[in-house]
Design a protein around this ligand. Structure first.
Ligand SMILES: Cc1cc2nc3c(=O)[nH]c(=O)nc-3n(C[C@H](O)[C@H](O)[C@H](O)COP(=O)(O)OP(=O)(O)OC[C@H]3O[C@@H](n4cnc5c(N)ncnc54)[C@H](O)[C@@H]3O)c2cc1C
Length: 479
């Protein structure tokens, strides 16, 4: 609990309306899109870097935890206030300060929603490409703090590849301008890069300078069906080796296809594995590349290949893919889809081995696992279907997660490609990055000596288990 004097001092910075300690408000800010819950003591909504600085200075002096929050769409518990304290909602800092396409950049506040930024860039013929599936709700600050990306990362990269500079506020309230408003920068430590994927543990981002890309003039899509995910994985490797870099390449296994077809009335071919490939660029190149995609798919054993340049058809296929996550919960009565082991990344050539290994592990533990993802950049998502009221099923899911992560690391991969570490990947992140953890601990101590910024996450995770602090009525004690 925060003492009344601290509450009053913070309220003096923001005013009554943007600072709340009400039970309802603090409860609502205890969740993100993950399986976890916390309980905040206060919610603040700053409007400026100066207000962020003043609030942090008070919180630091009083040793009150502060969790920055964007759209709250994170899937691993990164924005959940597990140690209580202040949730700092950045959503009101939502101005696009400048679009300067001549300089190939824009300057935005952290609360700008991804799709809003692209709507503003579109008339200029430019876009900010990372394309997370949550683009209509997630914010630029959250994307930078998690290094978000999505379907287009194989060709266009992740958020980190677009961050040129930023303003952030350290735990003690000191304002730091990092990076530049230029495309190149060799002047010393790349502090803006250090903030990428820092998950709100090193500072609060209050302004970001992002590189922007010209919009491709044309695009086309192909749907290739296979008799199993291994064949589909081989197609991915063959296409990249062609060489052809698609603008996106999504893989779906039979569980994912079945879920979408049941939820949306059968828009996808009924098969064991599907690859949805998009190519973009100049119109004549797009047509040529589409032919190559079809040819490589047939050569790799596709049982059917469809393709289109029709925008309506492409939008329909894309939304079928986007619907995987939400459709899974309606696949089996009594079971829900939970985000666990949701975001492994592997060397592209190991995708077939990984899909096979995940299926074997799931079968061994009697858990239904859906595997899908951005296969051409090596990023696979799994979702587990469990009865969330059943403690035993949570335990089985946890055992499955641990083995999936072990298999991923054995194949040369990593526990997170785009969603971050938060809580659900913390123990395996600590194992994976063991030689870097002491350096991470030292950086955290230097930037936040009183440990007020999003404490208990990443390398500070203390429990060997990840099932605990659940948002569900069944909440088994953590191991
Ligand atoms: C349906 C769905 C689909 C998704 N698809 C994708 C996808 O394709 N790719 C992908 O990468 N992710 C995806 N996600 C996960 C998530 O949406 C993204 O990671 C997104 O970037 C999170 O942004 P947010 O604004 O919601 O951040 P939040 O969840 O609010 O916060 C995430 C982290 O960022 C920190 N943070 C937020 N703002 C700031 C700030 N100003 N300064 C410092 N730290 C800050 C928080 O403390 C927290 O640690 C998906 C989620 C959902 C629900």
């Amino acid at each position: 609990m925060m003492d009344q004097d601290t509450v009053e001092r913070i309220r003096a910075v923001t005013g009554e309306e943007r600072c709340s300690t009400s039970r309802a408000r603090t409860y609502a800010y205890g969740f993100d899109a993950s399986i976890y819950r916390g309980q905040a003591d206060m919610v603040v909504q700053p409007l400026s870097t100066e207000e962020v600085s003043a609030i942090l200075a008070i919180a630091n002096e009083r040793r009150v935890p502060v969790v920055p929050r964007g759209g709250g769409t994170g899937l691993c518990g990164s924005a959940v206030p597990v140690k209580g304290g202040i949730v700092m909602d950045m959503g009101r800092m939502d101005r696009i300060e400048r679009i300067s396409v001549n300089d190939l950049l824009c300057v935005v506040q952290p609360g700008v929603v991804y799709d809003e930024l692209n709507r503003a860039l579109a008339p200029h013929g430019f876009f900010f490409p990372p394309s997370p599936g949550s683009g209509e709700a997630c914010q630029i600050g959250g994307m930078v703090a998690l290094n978000a990306s999505g379907m287009r990362a194989v060709k266009y990269g992740a958020t980190r590849d677009y961050v040129l500079g930023m303003t952030f506020v350290k735990a003690d309230g000191e304002v730091v301008r990092a990076g530049t408003g230029t495309l190149k920068d060799s002047s010393g430590y790349q502090l803006a890069r250090l903030m990428v994927a820092s998950e709100g543990t090193l500072g609060v981002i209050t302004e970001v300078t992002l590189k922007v890309s010209p919009r491709p003039k044309a695009s086309a899509m192909a749907l290739a069906a296979f008799d199993g995910p291994e064949r589909a994985g081989e197609f991915v490797a063959a296409l990249i080796a062609e060489p052809l870099i698609p603008s996106s390449l999504e893989l779906m296994d039979s569980v994912s296809i079945d879920a979408v077809n049941r939820a949306l009335g059968g828009p996808l071919p009924d098969c064991n594995a599907l690859c949805m490939v998009e190519v973009d660029g100049e119109p004549e190149i797009v047509v040529k590349e589409l032919r190559t995609v079809e040819e490589v798919a047939r050569r790799s054993g596709a049982v059917s290949v469809e393709s289109t340049v029709d925008r309506g058809q492409m939008a329909s296929w894309s939304s079928s893919r986007q619907a995987v996550m939400t459709s899974l919960s309606s696949l089996r009565p009594g079971s829900s889809s939970v985000s666990l082991a949701d975001d492994m990344v592997l060397p592209i050539s190991r995708i077939p081995d990984a899909v096979k290994a995940y299926q074997e592990i799931a079968e061994r533990h009697g858990v239904t696992v859906a595997t899908y993802g951005h296969a051409a950049d090596g990023n696979l998502h799994t979702k587990m279907l469990i009865d969330t009221r059943d403690e035993e099923q949570w335990k089985a899911a946890e055992r499955t997660v641990r083995e999936i992560f072990q298999a991923t690391l054995a194949l040369g991969g990593s526990v997170s490609g785009e969603h971050g570490v938060g809580m659900s990947k913390a123990p395996d992140f600590i194992i994976e990055r063991s030689s870097a953890i002491p350096t991470m601990v030292a950086i955290k101590k230097a930037m936040d000596p009183n440990n007020i910024l999003n404490p208990g996450k990443l390398q500070q995770w203390e429990s060997p288990g990840i099932i605990g602090d659940l948002r569900y009525p069944c909440d088994p004690p953590r191991d």
